[in-house]
Design a protein around this ligand. Sequence first.
Ligand SMILES: O=P(O)(O)OC[C@@H](O)[C@H]1O[C@@H](OP(=O)(O)O)[C@@H](O)[C@@H](O)[C@@H]1O
Ligand SMILES: [Mg+2]
Ligand SMILES: [Zn+2]
Length: 177
Amino acid sequence: MLDRDGVINQDSDAYVKSLAEWQPIPGALEAIARLYHAGWTVTVATNQSGLARGLFSSATLEAMHDQLQTLLQQQGAHIELICYCPHGPEDQCDCRKPKPGLFQQIATYFDVPNLRDVPVVGDSVRDLQAGIALGATPYLVKTGKGEQTLHQGGLPEGTLVFDDLSAVADYLLRVSP
Ligand SMILES: O=P(O)(O)OC[C@@H](O)[C@H]1O[C@@H](OP(=O)(O)O)[C@@H](O)[C@@H](O)[C@@H]1O
Ligand SMILES: [Mg+2]
Ligand SMILES: [Zn+2]
């Protein structure tokens, strides 16, 4: 279960507001494809408060996700489910990470009671906290806000730290081929 901005694509403190700004992180799409071809089911759980802030439209967000899937299809791969929180911090929703709502959506989709031991990969503590709420295993990447997150401390116990998604995929394919 992957965070999007800062894990799959480059993040920006000014938000990723257009298809042109949506730029895959080197190796990330290949990492997803390697996991897919090894039998992993890949999902995404992403906060997209830029929608509530009026920074981009839902059509633009869908175009980014279509581009992601198109690029993966060129490698014979696919993301099974992309869940996103469209709300802003003031909306008091149940799905904005660190709240677990997006991961509850994933568990419901697969009709499982929890996400025990399923990897959750993020560049922010809130990504990991949200997944851990359903039993996921936390992985921090140093891309995006990951370096900053690492230096801030407060990582959930047992978090495994890797340079990027490609390194996480190397590890997962090594320990559970
Ligand atoms: O990393 P994921 O969850 O895929 O997406 C994060 C983005 O929605 C944006 O989230 C914002 O946080 P606030 O929503 O303003 O707290 C900021 O961190 C932006 O830099 C970032 O691009
Ligand atoms: Mg992120
Ligand atoms: Zn929400």
